[in-house]
Write a protein that binds this ligand. Structure first.
Ligand code: ADP
Length: 334
């Protein structure tokens, strides 16, 4: 339940439906993906055809689910949403595929986590709109071909490189989603504030945007927490001071680091002189599991250029010292 986690929690799921942009014009940023997708969809509509399969790669919270819904809306098609981990058996996939309507969009989140047999069934379904349903076992097993209506698969993955090439090749279009610039997140925040009926000024939105780790889901979540604070302390109005004060309460700092991130960085600097220090030692020093430090805290610290993973261990960068307001030990001092 970290405020700066890019994954969706229960509250997000409930609120996000209201905050999702409904068409490509409302969708902020991602110019390249938007432009390319706009062409793909317009061309398909002009031909009266179902759109090509689309692969969206990018970190959680960048808008992959939202885009898949926009694709369906622009194609005036219904959408079915499922995920790789939810499809354990090829039969699960066959059941979904055979119940699709013509032109329907099937959104498959975390597509790289599908089981192997399901993946192989998907190859054929994507290419020929057909699946072979295996009936029976052993030598008596028979494959019954099943025709499918044409559909558009929208697959989402954190990294396109995780997909087996045969699967990757079957997508007509791949969109790479980037982290958002602070100015783009400001637009997301203003838009959401409008929908949530929250009064916020430009500096207030900028303050929240700078702490949102390039991720709209986090921006929307921080906005809701700042709104709570503003309701209690400032008659609901958000400006820079209110945003900063609220996020101080929630321990999200000016660069979007939270308590855990700062603990890891602080230990690295104060206890180990900036490293290099081994991951296990660092984890013990902050009282966390190795995995928590490595998978939860470090990716963002590395992305921000505050920490480097080297063969000799974890090392803080000069920016890390500056960020925590500490002075690095003198070069060459004994
Ligand atoms: P993902 O599927 O990549 O995890 P989502 O599509 O669920 O991300 O987006 C998470 C939240 O962020 C949603 O509430 C959505 O409204 C918002 N969001 C994502 N991208 C954008 C965008 N480009 N413009 C406005 N809001 C966005």
């Amino acid at each position: 339940d970290r405020l700066v986690d890019a994954g969706a929690d229960g509250e997000d799921t409930a609120v996000e439906a209201a905050l999702r942009p409904k068409d490509l014009h409302e969708f902020v940023g991602q110019e390249k993906v938007r432009e390319q997708l706009d062409l793909v969809l317009k061309a398909a509509r002009a031909r009266g055809a179902t759109a090509d399969h689309v692969l969206l790669s990018g970190a959680p919270g960048l808008g992959k689910t939202t885009l898949s819904m926009i694709i369906a809306a622009e194609m005036e098609a219904p959408i079915r949403i499922t995920s790789g981990p939810a499809i354990q058996h090829a039969g699960d996939l066959a059941a979904i595929l055979s119940s699709l309507q013509e032109g329907e969009v099937l959104f498959l989140d975390e597509i790289h986590r599908m089981s192997r047999p399901a993946e192989e069934m998907l190859y054929m379904a994507m290419e020929d709109f057909r699946v072979d349903v295996i009936v029976g076992k052993g030598p008596g097993a028979t494959a019954i071909p099943l025709e499918l209506p044409p559909f558009t698969l929208v697959g989402a993955t954190t990294r396109a490189g995780l997909l087996p090439p045969p699967l990757r090749d079957r997508f007509g279009f791949t969109g790479h989603m980037e982290f958002y610039a602070p100015t783009e997140l400001e637009r997301v925040i203003h838009r959401s504030a409008g929908l949530l009926d929250v009064a916020i000024d430009t500096a207030g939105a900028a303050e929240i945007a700078g702490r949102s780790r390039g991720t709209p889901r986090i921006a929307n979540r921080l906005l809701r927490r700042v709104r709570d604070y503003a309701q209690v302390k400032a008659e609901g109005r958000i400006d820079r001071d209110i945003a900063a004060a609220a996020l101080r309460v929630y321990e999200v700092d000016a660069r979007g680091l939270d308590r855990l991130d700062r603990a890891v960085l602080g230990a690295l600097l104060k206890l180990f002189g900036g490293g290099p220090v081994g991951l296990s030692t660092l984890a013990v020093a902050v009282g966390e599991e190795r995995e928590t430090v490595e998978e939860v805290a470090e990716p963002f610290l590395v992305r921000e250029g505050l920490l480097a993973r080297t063969p000799r261990g974890r090392v803080a960068t000069p920016a890390a010292w500056a960020h925590l307001g500490l002075v690095p030990p003198q070069q060459g001092a004994k």
